[in-house]
Write a protein that binds this ligand. Sequence first.
Ligand SMILES: Cc1ncc(COP(=O)(O)O)c(C=O)c1O
Length: 395
Amino acid sequence: MHHHLDAPAVVRALAPDEPVILNRPHAAARAARFFVEKFPGKTLYAVKANPSPDLLKVLWASGVTHFDVASIAEVRLVRATLPEATLCFMHPVKTARAIREAYFEHGVKTFSLDTHEELAKIVEATDHASDLRLCVRLRVSSEYAELSLASKFGCDLTEAGALLQATRQVADWLGVCFHVGSQAMSPFAYVQALDRVRAAIADASVVIDMIDVGGGFPSVYPGMEPPPLEDYFEIIHRHFYALPIAYNAELWCEPGRALCAEYNSLIVKVEKRRGDELYINDGAYGALYDAAHVAWRFPVRCLNGDRAGEATAFSFYGPTCDDADFMEGPFTLPSDIAAGDYIEIGMLGAYGAAMRTAFNGFGQGDVIEVMDEPMASLFDGSRQREARDNVVSLR
Ligand SMILES: Cc1ncc(COP(=O)(O)O)c(C=O)c1O
């Protein structure tokens, strides 16, 4: 892989016709160390957010030893990349063949489930194994998250007691997991979810060995400035200790976004300008999926130093022939930006670089390592915690 100082250096050296993904391993390493050192339990990485083998190795080298995998392809990828890693198959709906291969060929013991059918499938596919570590996924609110994960997975409180009891019968080790939705903008999301966990455990009256508070930890984007992550960790810790669980119960989290958002940015070229619309060479079918489909705003900067126009709001069209290949933004750039200019789009490490497709013949382009800071960071020491009272008021 080529190395350069930063995005302007890449443009000077290559004047690329295709979009270029920039990797910042130092930023991912810093995020991983932050979680490993400060989260009051074990940190798993949710591989779906960005399955780049280079990134997996950076996280491993920074102390992340457990990985949340959601498909047999992710199981194989992580096992091939990190032979010593502990893999946890946390998709609540799996095929029997995937469970069997994961258990017998890749040493996966931890599986999540949210129905009696999935429980029976896991037991059968592992030939009634006696060393299963099973996590019952509870449905919780996504009220505080920018992207909901409240509809698809998780059993309701009314079903949780019976499912926990049935799972306890066959599990060597029993956990409860949930997901508060992605980019949770308040720590209170976890308080609400842990209250639900408490109700489920009280109903089931079984011994619980682990609580997994899932992902949802935020990153920082234009218009989305979350509180410091330490506030999340503190509140989770406090509410975890108040649960009626085994004295040696473990606390887990499985962030995707927070660990990898700062890892990637993207250099795109402006192919055409039409008023305040810029036609760029990546889009809805590339790394800008979220910008198009859920109007996510990413930070941008013009890489042509001689553009001095006032800050102006632009929207983007991607390169395919599809009208839906449109990113409304607003993306703030100099008013005199023109065709032929380059733009860096930041914070694309989570659900960005991983989303690229080959639709319409696009999706190619270099991957280059750079050494500068990401366009925003939760981990560079610039974000101070606010007065304690703000946290205490959440309970
Ligand atoms: C089971 C599970 N865990 C963790 C994550 C990662 O979530 P986030 O990227 O919001 O931290 C996801 C994302 O969909 C998920 O489905």
